[in-house]
Design a protein around this ligand. Structure first.
Ligand SMILES: [Zn+2]
Ligand SMILES: [Zn+2]
Length: 284
């Protein structure tokens, strides 16, 4: 499967010289199955660039899954240009977000006085599918989900194809149990032996002391999860809005040192740890 990140920033989009390498757009991930299906996770501001790319690549069929509906995960939807074209066929995962279903969320976001264009004005063929929850398949991709520990809840995803797996767990606080959250042991099981894990890594150890219960993980907790689960590559994502590129690079140097020491002590292969940039791509 092909995986590309179009936005790795958390909470709010940012811009400036200090954010050039990792980027300022918020969450949006593209996954392509070997059978050709294209899956989008989240409609953060990164979906604007993805939309332009899909139009230029002449790809017009997609499935869109949402982790949850906090602003940083849906704010780009109004600027996802393919929605304006009749040739676009898009299936939205349909599930409950508080009192809204997915269509209700889109209607709320796309209406005056928040935005001039409404859902009914879009030309794309839009469908809502309630079957895209729990475990399901999209082409050659087997998809599993798990509720995350987050304020108002969120959903994590695992994509498996030909024995390779990619897990996307954003907005997941491993150090605190929110109402919909699962025991950490369940997350370890969910990500076990993943070839690639993207995990919310919003806070440093020191920052987390004052942000416990805010819905996001500390970097040491994420490293512990990845180590215990035996993942091969760990991509830190949902990058804090105030974290500069240089600060993020320093954090990765530190993480790499810790994980290397841990691997030597356990006589295992060190996890390849990196910060996910807004243009990261890989084929598993
Ligand atoms: Zn978020
Ligand atoms: Zn959130």
């Amino acid at each position: 499967m092909f995986i590309k990140c179009w936005g790795s920033r958390g909470s709010i989009s940012v811009s400036g010289q200090e954010y050039v390498r990792y980027g300022g757009d918020t969450t949006c991930i593209e996954i392509q199955a070997k059978t050709g299906e294209l899956v989008i996770i989240d409609a953060g501001t990164g979906i604007r660039r993805l939309g332009n790319s899909l139009l230029s690549r002449n790809i017009s069929d997609y499935t869109l899954l949402l982790t949850h509906t906090h602003w940083d995960h849906i704010l780009g939807i109004a600027f996802f240009k393919p929605l304006l074209y009749r040739k676009t066929r898009i299936v939205f995962q349909d599930r409950k977000f508080g009192n809204f279903d997915t269509k209700g969320v889109l209607k709320e976001v796309l209406k005056p006085p928040f935005f001039p264009v409404q859902l009914k004005d879009l030309h794309a063929d839009i469908k809502f599918d309630t079957s895209l929850t729990g475990s399901f398949n999209i082409g050659s991709l087997a998809v599993d989900t798990i509720p995350t520990s987050h304020t108002e809840g969120s959903l994590g995803y695992k994509f498996t194809e030909d024995g390779k797996s990619f897990v996307f767990l954003t907005d997941n606080e491993l150090g605190f149990s929110h109402p919909q959250g699962q025991p950490v042991a369940d997350y370890i099981q969910f990500v076990a032996n993943a070839d690639l894990l993207f995990h919310d890594a919003e806070y440093t150890k020191n920052e987390y002391v004052r942000k416990t219960g805010w819905g996001h993980s500390s970097i040491p907790d994420v490293m512990d999860l990845a180590s215990k689960a035996g993942v091969k590559r760990l991509g830190l994502i949902h990058l804090n809005q105030d974290r500069t590129d240089d600060e993020m690079d320093a954090i990765i140097v530190d993480c790499t040192r810790v994980l290397k020491t841990r691997a030597q002590a356990n006589n295992t292969q060190a996890i390849d740890c990196f910060a996910v940039s807004c243009n990261y791509e890989i084929t598993l």
